[in-house]
Design a protein around this ligand. Structure first.
Ligand SMILES: Cc1ncc(COP(=O)(O)O)c(C=O)c1O
Length: 440
């Protein structure tokens, strides 16, 4: 090659939720008889959830419609009528919303929206990230800025609510921070933010002249008596706010690849409007986002059976999550916060209980050799080491907390497993493996 091809920024892209799947693949090749329990990824379909029948009916109706429009390109920013529906929907949920459909942009999955949001920020404009965080956010932000993420702590001793003092310290210490990211309900912690917390975040944004990005892809998935407070209602007229939504989780249709960006309060600040306009221009380069979900999104969310469907989903997630939290919180050495929203949990190891000599017995010699050599690096995080031994010994696949930019050791699991007997077996085996590992 005449020029170097090695992108020096690639090390900023971290996604252990999937990287661990490569390890599973290797282990399957080494030991084809080995059985794996995948608790790593938030895909309801992979965990036997079925989509509501009215979603399938809407798809069938749409593809059979004369004219075959659904097979063509759609408007580059999203079908105008559907963007108008997003505006009406936002107003119904948040009476103070003044969203304009010209500032609603559809993308092929929310992952793609996240990448665009960070790509179009000017160099040197930083977005302070939660830690732990959903890795696509922190990875894409740091990748485009060519610098490590700037993070604020979520506090496990306070139900994973943001540590407001730390957030303010970080804003003060880093004058290049121009926006705050929130993920609510949260991946990876399963926390749902209190109204007071959101009010404090808006106050901070006002005080330091920042805008807010709120990833709310799980906003309909809240339980244990909690409810989702819309930051739109709190920020309206005070702070520019970008809200990210999609239909991967609550329908659930992750393979549909459909998300959207809402730029609220576009008139509050001319710089913010210029940024939104840059994104409106950038999105033309994508030609359009996946057409089919756009054609049916209204019919599905407005369907008379949708609220019963989501209520049943949440009820089951509440039961699953509470069972897992109870099982793991009985394990000495663990700190567990139950999950109140989304379908993840991040149990933590108590400080100091992990070291780099702990192991689990692995019967198959080749599997053991593979795991031993994979973890044999002085900078291998101690929680990742645990997840590798767990995988080799039990086949249970969870993701290390450090893979989510967590300052604490632990792991993230999903609460999606529907089969009571399977869930009991998995989490009792996991609890036993933790005890054995910590005392090895
Ligand atoms: C917080 C959060 N945002 C965005 C996404 C990406 O969603 P999509 O499937 O629409 O790309 C996920 C996926 O897990 C997520 O957890």
């Amino acid at each position: 090659m005449r020029q170097p091809l090695n992108n020096p920024e690639v090390h900023f892209l971290k996604y252990q939720i999937r990287e661990i799947v490569d390890v599973v693949q290797k282990l399957k090749e080494i030991d084809p008889a080995k059985f794996f329990v995948m608790e790593n990824i938030g895909d309801p379909i992979a965990k036997s959830w079925t989509v509501p029948p009215f979603l399938k009916e809407a798809i069938v109706q749409e593809i059979q419609r004369p004219g075959d429009k659904v097979f063509g390109y759609s408007h580059s920013r999203g079908l105008p009528d559907v963007r108008k529906w997003v505006v009406d929907h936002a107003k119904k949920m948040c009476p103070s919303s003044n969203l304009d459909y010209e500032y609603v942009l559809f993308t092929s999955g929310l992952g793609s929206a996240i990448a665009l949001v960070y790509e179009m920020l000017p160099q040197g404009f930083r977005v302070v990230q939660p830690a732990p965080s959903y890795p696509t956010h922190s990875s894409m932000e740091s990748f485009f800025q060519k610098q490590d993420p700037i993070s604020y702590h979520l506090d496990p001793r306070n139900g994973w609510q943001p540590d407001m003092a730390h957030l303010e310290q970080q804003i003060v210490a880093h004058p290049d921070v121009g926006a705050i990211l929130l993920i609510n309900p949260n991946n990876p912690t399963g926390a749902v933010y209190e109204k007071e917390t959101l009010e404090q975040i808006v106050l901070l944004a006002q005080k330091y002249n920042l805008f807010i990005i709120s990833d709310e892809v799980y906003f309909r998935m809240v339980y244990n008596g909690k409810h989702h407070t819309h930051i739109v209602d709190i920020a309206a007229g005070r702070v520019p706010l970008v809200v990210l939504r999609g239909l991967s989780k609550d329908l659930p249709w992750p393979g549909g690849r459909c998300g959207w960006i809402e730029f609220h309060d576009i008139d509050l600040d001319s710089e913010y409007r210029a940024y939104a306009d840059a994104l409106r221009q950038r999105i033309l380069m994508e030609v359009c986002s996946t057409s089919l979900p756009q054609f049916i999104v209204r019919a599905v969310y407005d369907h008379p059976e949708f609220s019963a469907w989501i209520a049943g989903y949440n009820q089951e997630l509440e039961k699953n999550g509470n069972f897992i939290a109870e099982t793991l919180s009985r394990v000495p050495g663990m700190r567990v916060n139950r999950t109140d929203g989304a379908f993840y949990m991040m149990p933590l190891f108590e400080e100091g209980v992990l070291n780099n000599r702990q192991t689990l017995p692995i019967e198959n010699d080749a599997v053991r050799t593979f795991i031993e050599s994979a973890v044999n690096r002085s900078d291998f995080p101690l929680d990742q080491r645990f997840t590798y031994y767990l995988l080799g010994a039990t086949g249970i696949c969870v993701v290390p907390a450090t893979g989510f930019y967590s300052p604490h050791y632990g792991f993230r699991l999903t609460t999606l497993e529907r089969d009571d007997a399977k869930r009991k077996d998995t989490y009792e085996r996991l609890a036993g493996a933790i005890t054995q590992y910590l005392s090895s």
